[in-house]
Design a protein around this ligand. Structure first.
Ligand code: BGC
Length: 331
């Protein structure tokens, strides 16, 4: 297979590298200080994009996170999906959008639009889905706009699986970062990380991130839910609606990232599984907690929980969603 191509977008203080395989973010390099700093995890070898390894920076679809037993019913019709994790469907199935070669539809120095056609029945999902992802850089920020249309009623929840490390990729675990998430509840899971349907109050739990908490302290807490995920691997039900702040991450050096989203959920995944198999562009193998993913999304398994916000996309309607990453620095 030929190596996927890569596209660099630039604005004041930032360079974004996107690869066509998986429409993935490979590097976000901040250039506003003496030393350029790449703050997302990426593969050192560009040829590793699209191989299905760990979803680094990839566009996830058709459905971010898990659909239980690879099955859901929509308007009384049961749909069986391809499964890829303990009989469940994770991140769109075994051949998710992260594995596809996307087409560059449009680009200039500050933006690129990538497109993908997913045929009717792809991974078991109903409806032919046409998807675009547009990355746009502006001084100190990245904006991601998702669009999708279908010819049959279906479900969709797209996200990006970037792992952040504000000390720079390969600089060690994110334990000294602080994280704040304005969520009063999170979707509690079973041991297989499937939502039970319960929206659990964060009060008195390690999931209370309404004020910033040091990740190392959160992860050191003895808690059954944390044990399920080998750390944080949970969907927060973020307050409010429309494009709003859903997370604030702060590195030990005072580097900050504000994540904005118009989605109801945010998956916080503290990267327990990194075991040195993946080596980043700087040559350092990634160990546990090498980065933290902040995935803006519909709720996991929402097609099987009537009480969760709907992820149904009707034929003729347009799915539209926006995520923004705003980088800064404490004074
Ligand atoms: C999920 C994890 C999963 C990981 C794979 C995350 O979005 O929440 O459970 O292991 O993706 O990289």
């Amino acid at each position: 297979m030929t190596s996927p191509s890569s596209i660099a977008l630039t604005a004041d203080g930032i360079i974004l590298e996107v690869v066509t395989a998986g429409a993935a973010v490979r590097r976000v390099t901040l250039t506003d200080e003496d030393r350029p700093l790449d703050v997302v995890l990426g593969f050192g070898d560009r040829a590793d994009y699209g191989t299905g390894l760990d979803y680094l920076g990839a566009t996830i679809g058709r459905y971010g996170n898990r659909i239980g037993a690879g099955r859901f019913s929509l308007d009384g019709v049961v749909h069986e999906l391809a499964t890829n994790e303990n009989g469940n469907t994770l991140h769109g199935g075994p051949e998710g959008f992260d594995r596809r070669e996307w087409t560059v539809l449009d680009r200039d120095a500050a933006h690129v639009t990538l497109g993908l056609h997913s045929p009717d029945g792809d991974q078991g999902f109903p409806g032919a889905l046409d998807v675009t992802v547009t990355y746009t850089v502006a001084p100190g920020s990245v904006r991601i706009d998702y669009r999708a249309t279908t010819d049959r009623d279906t479900v969709v929840s797209l996200t990006n699986h970037a792992y952040f490390n504000l000390g720079g990729e390969g600089s060690g675990p994110v334990d000294d970062h602080t994280l704040a998430v304005p969520a009063d509840t999170f979707t509690a899971t079973d041991a297989a990380l499937l939502p039970t349907g319960e929206l659990r109050d964060v009060t008195g739990t390690p999931f209370d991130l309404r004020a910033p908490r040091r990740l190392g302290d959160v992860l050191a807490t003895d808690d059954e839910q944390l044990r399920h995920g080998g750390g944080l691997d949970h969907n927060f039900s973020v307050r409010g609606s429309g494009l709003r702040e859903v997370a604030v991450l702060r590195g030990a050096s005072g580097r900050t990232l504000v994540v904005e989203s118009d989605q109801p959920g945010l998956q916080v995944y503290s990267g327990a599984h990194f075991d040195g198999t993946i080596t980043g562009p700087g040559g350092t193998p990634y160990a546990a907690r090498a980065g933290i993913a902040l995935e803006t999304q519909g709720f996991p398994d929402a097609p099987n929980h009537a009480g969760f916000p709907s992820t149904v996309l009707r034929a003729g309607e347009t799915y539209a969603s926006t995520t923004a990453w705003r980088f800064g620095h404490d004074a």
